[in-house]
Design a protein around this ligand. Structure first.
Ligand SMILES: [Fe+2]
Length: 444
């Protein structure tokens, strides 16, 4: 058997679905928190260690439901795809079919609430999978026929309109598609922007006037597909790297492209326009991607950078905000696309194993952090405002935390304004939540 780090330790899958109620809590859960803290990641049912890539494992959704200061339940459910249903001899997944089904229709990367639905979402061609409130699979979902291909793992909600803006790509396409969904779940605009190759486009961002496209040098490699490598997107030294600004109401001809030093970015934190009309975007920057490690994202130190793009200029201006390794950046999403002050990230200890939570005061250039203690690893930090009218940073940071000591996970709730003060509440889950990708708070 080949050792594969993405099947070892807390990357390893759990073997069953699970429900637990009345979870033990240390401290006090703020009474205002009524909803579900959702999370998703890979949980493969049939992984071959030689061929397994972390990005392709069957999805499992995890959720903790809070109400009246109590942690009512924890649920773990497979996001059903054709491999999962065959493995467990469950009924076939209902709903529309994607043009190209990757990994048996896996949906494992993000879990969002939109237009009253809970959706497990993924990039590169597969359709979203709709889940019910209790995380059981309803079926594949294509926004009522609105998708011309798949969807994306990172739709970003415009806080003023409730619309989702996102970038869709597919191994079948030589373009990146800008896709807009309104607050009711209707696709209202698509723009196909041609690209010189087939880049992996994990995320995107928008500002008041622009949608920001990332055309970076990790591209579909036909040779990798022929050779049967675990993942067909590889570092492409000769591709170049550029950032595109598409006017949100424009067409593909209106895009301006801006060269950037070759790197890979899975996740921008946020983007906005400054007083001079330049686009500012903060990113978690990897030096390369899928150049040497064929099983997961592990190509050296990840740091937080600021990119400034003059729509009338050529090159992106780049500076480092914080060179401590970090990923999974989040913000107070009421400021998505607007000037903002605070970013929250997960510190990377080694490989893609996370540790503490880092809070960036981008105005003062100050960092504060929360360290959960030895043998504990915080996942992506999610900010939840204390109320609709709360100031930026006035609210809570919530995160799943792997606790190696008891081989199980916790959920911590921190005061965002004082993360160094430690958890207001720690909720003990009955089992570990494997390292995975993303999550969100979905208020009831
Ligand atoms: Fe992501």
């Amino acid at each position: 058997m080949t050792a594969n780090p993405y099947l070892a330790g807390n990357f390893a899958p759990v073997e069953t679905e699970l429900t637990a109620t009345d979870l033990p809590v240390t401290g006090e859960i703020p009474e205002q928190l009524c909803g579900r803290l959702l999370r998703i990641g890979p949980n493969p049912v049939n992984a071959d260690p030689a061929k397994y890539h972390w990005f392709l494992g069957n999805g499992m959704a995890h959720g903790v439901r809070l109400r009246d200061g109590k942690a009512e339940w924890y649920k773990a459910r497979y996001v059903r795809d054709d491999e999962v249903t065959a493995h467990f001899d469950w009924p076939a997944v209902e709903g529309p079919q994607a043009a190209l089904s990757i990994g048996h229709g896996v949906a494992n990367t993000n879990i969002i609430g939109h237009a009253g639905k809970t959706l497990a979402v993924v990039e590169a061609g597969n359709l979203p999978v709709e889940l019910d409130y209790d995380l059981d699979t309803v079926g594949r979902f294509d926004f009522n026929g609105g998708l011309t291909g798949g969807f994306s793992a990172h739709p970003h909600r415009d806080p003023d309109t409730g619309e989702l803006h996102t970038a869709v790509y597919s191994p079948l396409w030589q373009h990146i598609q800008y896709l807009r969904v309104d607050a009711t779940g209707k696709v209202t605009k698509t723009v196909d922007v041609p690209t010189p190759g087939k880049p992996m486009v994990h995320d995107c961002m928008f500002t008041e006037h622009y949608f920001i496209l990332l055309d970076l040098p990790c591209t579909l490699n036909e040779g990798a597909m022929v050779e049967g490598l675990p993942f067909p997107y590889l570092w492409n030294e000769d591709y170049g790297a550029r950032v595109g600004l598409l006017p949100k109401d424009g067409s593909a001809e209106d895009v301006t492209w801006h060269e950037v030093d070759p790197c890979y970015v899975f996740h921008p934190v946020n983007g906005y326009e400054d007083a001079q009309g330049r686009v500012v975007m903060d990113v978690a920057r990897h030096p390369r991607m899928f150049a040497t490690d064929m099983h997961g994202p592990n190509e050296g130190r990840t740091r937080l950078d600021r990119w400034i793009i003059d729509p009338n200029g050529s090159k992106v201006s780049e500076s480092c905000l914080d060179d401590h390794p970090q990923e999974f950046p989040r913000l107070d999403e009421r400021l998505a696309g607007k000037p903002y002050r605070y970013a929250y990230t997960a510190e990377i200890d080694s490989g893609f194993v996370t540790g503490g939570i880092r809070k960036q005061d981008l105005q003062e250039g100050r960092v504060s952090s929360f360290h959960p203690g030895p043998q504990r690893h915080c996942f992506e930090p999610v900010f939840v405002p204390a109320s609709d009218s709360a100031a930026e940073d006035e609210g809570w940071i919530m995160a799943y935390v792997q606790n190696d000591e008891r081989n199980a996970s916790d959920v911590v709730i921190l005061d965002a304004g004082d993360i160094e003060g430690g958890p207001l509440a720690t909720i003990a889950l009955p089992r570990r939540v494997p390292y995975g990708f993303h999550g969100n708070w979905v208020a009831d």
